[in-house]
Structures are given as structure tokens and as C-alpha cells.
Design a protein around this ligand. Structure first.
Ligand SMILES: Nc1ncnc2c1ncn2[C@@H]1O[C@H](COP(=O)(O)OP(=O)(O)OP(=O)(O)O)[C@@H](O)[C@H]1O
Length: 489
């Protein structure tokens, strides 16, 4: 659709864009990224013929940009500039209708049904119908931005060039606008080139990204090839981390601040745990980075309340999460701050131990109900029914764990728990073989993320050794307490 070949250009004698080449296919959405002043707007202006091209060539559907008349060009290309100056304020409808000028002909151009449909559709797509008769200068910045996007859409050109289309828009309108534009690309085959400041939006919506640095193309490729930690940090000169989008295979970034908030040097010890007849509670002064399979707030996050709640063996509920949230709220724990687990074991039987390591210490808590023990390697052979009995394992770390260390901690703890079940000869009653756990076990790793950086937590690391020993000891003891309570021995 569009070929940009070795294009250079800028203002008067100041060359800004240097030797830029790329191609964009029909229906493709290309995002242009780069720091302030890197030449993104200038590139868009050169491609759209607003600025003089000092060297190179731009081809639209194989035909040189230079050989288009301005009206011909406007039929092929709609442009949304970065800043909109409007000397005269028109109504919203009249402003959008200006987008139809390339389609008007003759001295007394008549307004056709096609023009009307295009304007109405553009108003619908940008949700501006109810502002139709309002004057532009009485609208908010975001509303005005949507009017100009509507004007560009009303032009019905196969190529859309947008300079920061989400400028001034709140998140709902950013989403609505980008969903609309992307739908135009998918359903109507419109080609879109758009400048973005928001790397996450660009990554999420664009098929490819072009990263500019000092007027040149630093890299062009699929979002996962462009949104890389080192590349973004070096071009933008800002510390970031990359993380996966929860629903799409598009990388997202998070800014890492260099300013520290008030430091809290709280050291977590076994003494910080409270045990009541109903609960094991650990409350940290500030949030800990947590990975867990808990009922409430599973996955990763930052939390400061950790609750292991005892429920009766006959506990049955259609909506466990809702019931648990109500329970937590009634007991003064807010959902935003709390990770919540359940157990049928007496909470007073929880085993809580502290282990010193060269970098600091870890605290381990285990409650073990093994009436529901299973041998996971044999579950495919037998019929499994939901049953009560769970081993809950918590590992609280005074240190800074890497992502690898979080996952390795889960592996190390699980292996160690399995060994404890073997030592205690806990069997799966269906198969008669040694159990590996129960069908509802839960694990939680929480770290202060202060102090020593801990890159790994496998069995040969200092932390891995203590997780291995600690989970084993605590689980063996918890199983023994459970067996005694049940009169098994
Ligand atoms: N009208 C102009 N005359 C002269 N120089 C200009 C003009 N407009 C922009 N420049 C210069 O061109 C360079 C690139 O500007 P441009 O607006 O293309 O950057 P950008 O990447 O779009 O930046 P931003 O992210 O801030 O919008 C800047 O150094 C700027 O000072």
C-alpha cells in the first residue's frame, strides 16, 4: 500500500528525518514510536506531503507521492495532525463534514447521500452523534480530538496517518478509538500509520512498530521484536521492565522509578504470625511481592495481609470466593490487601518455623490435612471426587527474589512436601500408593523485595536449601499433628 524509500526531510535547511525506509501493507497498522524530538511528526508530515522531501521516494499504491494532485492525495490519504488550530469554530457536524472535501466536485459542489452516510458513520464510530450541533470550541480537549478523528474517518481514504490519536483521551475513549480504528483496518482493509507516545497501546494495537531515534529508524518489527527492555531503555533513556499482556501476546512496559519512597526495614519473624482458633494471620507493615494459588488474590501481586482460615469439614458453598471475601471483610481484611486461603485443619495445629540463611531469614507456615491425599501419578486411573483435606504451605522471605527464584521456590517447596508425605507414609486410599499431596494443596511465596537479591532458589542455593529443609520439617510435623488428632497413631 505504502512504500517509503530512503526518505530524508525536515524544515528549511534543517534535516530531521534521515534515510528512512519501510513498507506498510493493505490493512496493516504500523505504530511509530520514539522519544520527544526524534522526528515522528516530521516523518508523518514528509510522508503526507505537508513537508518537503529532501531525498528519497514515497509510493502510494505504486504511484509516486509527487505525481498526485492535492485532491487525488486527499482521496487516498487522511491525516490527523498532532495539534489542531481552528481559526473559526464550526459545529461538530460541519467540522467532520470538511473531511468530505476531496469527494466534492464542480463549482457548486452538492452534498451527496454518500457524503451524508460517511459523516453520520464517522460520528457514530467516534461516539460524537450527541454533540452534532455543538460548537467545537465549547468541547473538551478529548471531545475535540474525537471530532478530528471523525473528520479523518469521514474522508474514507484507504490510508490513515494519525499523529497521537489518543492525545487528551481518557482510557475508555482511548480503547474505544483504537478499537474503532483497528476494526477499520481489519474489516475495510484501511492501512494505518500512527504515532504513539504510549508504548503499551502501540504494542497492543499495532501489527508492527517502528522505533525512531534522532531522525533515524532504530528498529522496525513485530511488537515483541521492538518492545525489548534494553532497546527501549537505550532509546528513551529510562529504566523500564517488560511484562506480558494478560490476554494478548503483546509485550507491555512498566516504568521503574529511581526515587525511593519511605524505606521500611521491617524484618519478618515467626513472632509476627498470629494464630487463633479460626485463623493463621500474618500482617506485614508494607506489601510483600506474592505469588500464590490462594482462593483470594491468586497469581502475582503485592499484599500485606495473609490469612489461612479454618472452615468446617462440612463447608459447602456455591461461590467460595464470594463467601470468603465476605468473611474477610467482616474480619477487617480488605480484598485489595489480602491473600486468603482455606483449610479444614485446626489452625492451632499450624507449624510455623523460622530459618536463618546467610542473606537473612525465611519463615515457613504449614497446615496439613491429609485425609484427601492423592498420588498424582495415578489419579488418571481412579475416580476422583472433591474431598476435604489440604496442605497449605507459606514461605515468607526476607530478601529480593527474581521471577525465576519465585518459581523455583514453588518447585523446591513442592518437591520437599512430597518427600515429607513419603517419610510419613501417607497413602492415596484409592491406589494404596504413597501420596504426593492432596487434590487442593495451595502454596504461597511472599518476599519483602528488600535486602539481598536472590536470583535463584533451586536446591543448591542457600535459600533453596532452607526451603527444602523447612518445608520438609514443617510438613512432617504438621502431618504428625494431624495423624494424632485423627487418632491414626
Ligand atoms: N516547524 C519546525 N521548524 C523547525 N524545526 C522543527 C519544527 N518542528 C519541529 N522541529 C524540530 O524537529 C525535531 C523533531 O520534531 P518532531 O516534532 O518531528 O519530533 P517528535 O518525535 O514528533 O516529537 P514529540 O514526541 O515531542 O511530538 C525537533 O528537534 C524539533 O525541534
Amino acid at each position: 500500500m505504502l512504500q517509503v524509500r530512503n526518505v530524508s526531510g525536515g524544515y528549511d535547511h534543517k534535516l530531521i528525518v534521515k534515510n528512512v525506509s519501510f513498507e506498510v501493507g493493505k490493512g496493516e497498522m504500523l505504530g511509530i514510536l520514539g522519544p520527544n524530538g526524534s522526528g515522528k511528526s516530521t516523518l508523518l508530515k514528509v510522508i503526507s506531503g505537508i513537508l518537503h522531501m529532501a531525498a528519497g521516494e514515497v509510493l502510494i499504491e505504486g504511484k509516486s507521492l509527487r505525481s498526485h494532485s492535492s485532491k487525488e492525495l486527499a482521496k487516498k490519504m487522511a491525516v490527523l495532525p498532532q495539534l489542531h488550530s481552528h481559526a473559526f469554530s464550526h459545529s461538530v457536524r460541519d467540522t467532520i463534514a470538511l473531511g468530505r472535501y476531496p469527494h466534492q466536485s464542480g463549482l457548486f459542489s452538492s452534498w451527496s447521500d454518500g457524503d451524508e452516510t460517511a459523516v453520520v458513520e464517522a460520528m457514530q464510530l467516534t461516539a460524537m452523534e450527541r454533540y452534532e450541533h455543538q460548537m467545537l470550541d465549547l468541547l473538551s480537549g478529548g471531545e475535540q480530538q474525537r471530532v478530528f478523528v471523525a473528520q479523518a474517518l469521514a474522508q474514507q481514504a484507504p490510508l490513515l496517518l494519525l499523529d497521537e490519536p489518543t492525545n487528551h483521551l481518557d482510557i475508555a475513549h482511548q480503547k474505544q478509538l483504537l478499537d474503532t480504528i483497528k476494526t477499520q483496518a481489519i474489516e475495510k482493509g484501511i492501512t494505518i500509520i500512527s504515532v504513539f507516545h504510549d508504548i503499551n497501546l502501540a504494542s497492543l494495537y499495532c501489527d508492527r512498530l517502528l522505533l525512531m531515534d534522532q531522525g533515524e529508524v532504530q528498529v522496525i518489527g513485530a511488537p515483541h521484536e521492538v518492545v525489548k527492555k534494553d532497546q527501549i531503555e537505550s532509546v528513551y533513556q529510562a529504566r523500564i521492565s517488560t511484562n506480558p499482556h494478560p490476554e494478548r501476546p503483546k509485550p507491555q512496559i512498566t516504568i521503574l522509578p529511581d526515587v525511593n519512597e519511605k524505606q521500611n526495614d521491617e524484618l519478618i519473624t515467626a513472632e509476627n504470625f498470629q494464630v487463633t482458633a479460626e485463623l493463621v494471620i500474618f500482617q506485614a507493615e508494607t506489601q510483600l511481592k506474592t505469588w500464590s494459588s490462594a482462593v483470594i488474590n491468586a497469581g502475582s501481586g503485592w499484599y500485606k495481609n495473609f490469612v489461612n482460615r479454618r472452615v468446617d469439614a462440612s463447608y459447602a458453598c456455591d461461590n467460595v470466593k464470594e463467601e470468603m471475601l465476605e468473611y474477610l471483610a467482616d474480619n477487617g481484611f480488605s480484598e485489595a490487601d489480602t491473600v486468603g486461603m482455606m483449610t479444614a485443619v485446626k489452625t492451632t495445629d499450624a507449624v510455623i518455623k523460622e530459618y536463618d540463611t546467610p542473606f537473612g531469614s525465611i519463615v515457613i507456615m504449614v497446615t496439613a490435612g491429609v485425609g484427601n491425599a492423592v498420588d498424582v501419578s495415578r489419579t488418571h486411573e481412579v475416580e476422583m471426587l472433591p474431598a476435604i483435606g489440604t496442605i497449605n504451605t507459606w514461605i515468607i522471605v526476607n530478601g529480593e527474589l527474581s521471577d525465576e527464584a519465585f518459581i523455583q521456590s514453588v518447585i523446591t517447596a513442592t518437591e520437599s512436601k512430597t518427600k515429607a508425605l513419603a517419610f510419613e507414609q501417607v497413602k492415596d486410599p484409592r491406589t494404596g500408593t504413597i501420596a504426593t499431596g492432596t487434590s487442593t494443596d495451595s502454596v504461597l511465596i511472599a518476599a519483602t523485595q528488600k535486602g539481598t537479591h536472590i536470583p535463584y532458589a533451586g536446591p543448591i542455593t542457600e535459600i533453596g536449601k532452607k526451603i527444602g529443609l523447612g518445608v520438609y520439617e514443617c510438613t512432617v510435623e504438621a502431618i504428625q499433628v494431624y495423624k494424632k488428632a485423627k487418632g491414626w497413631e
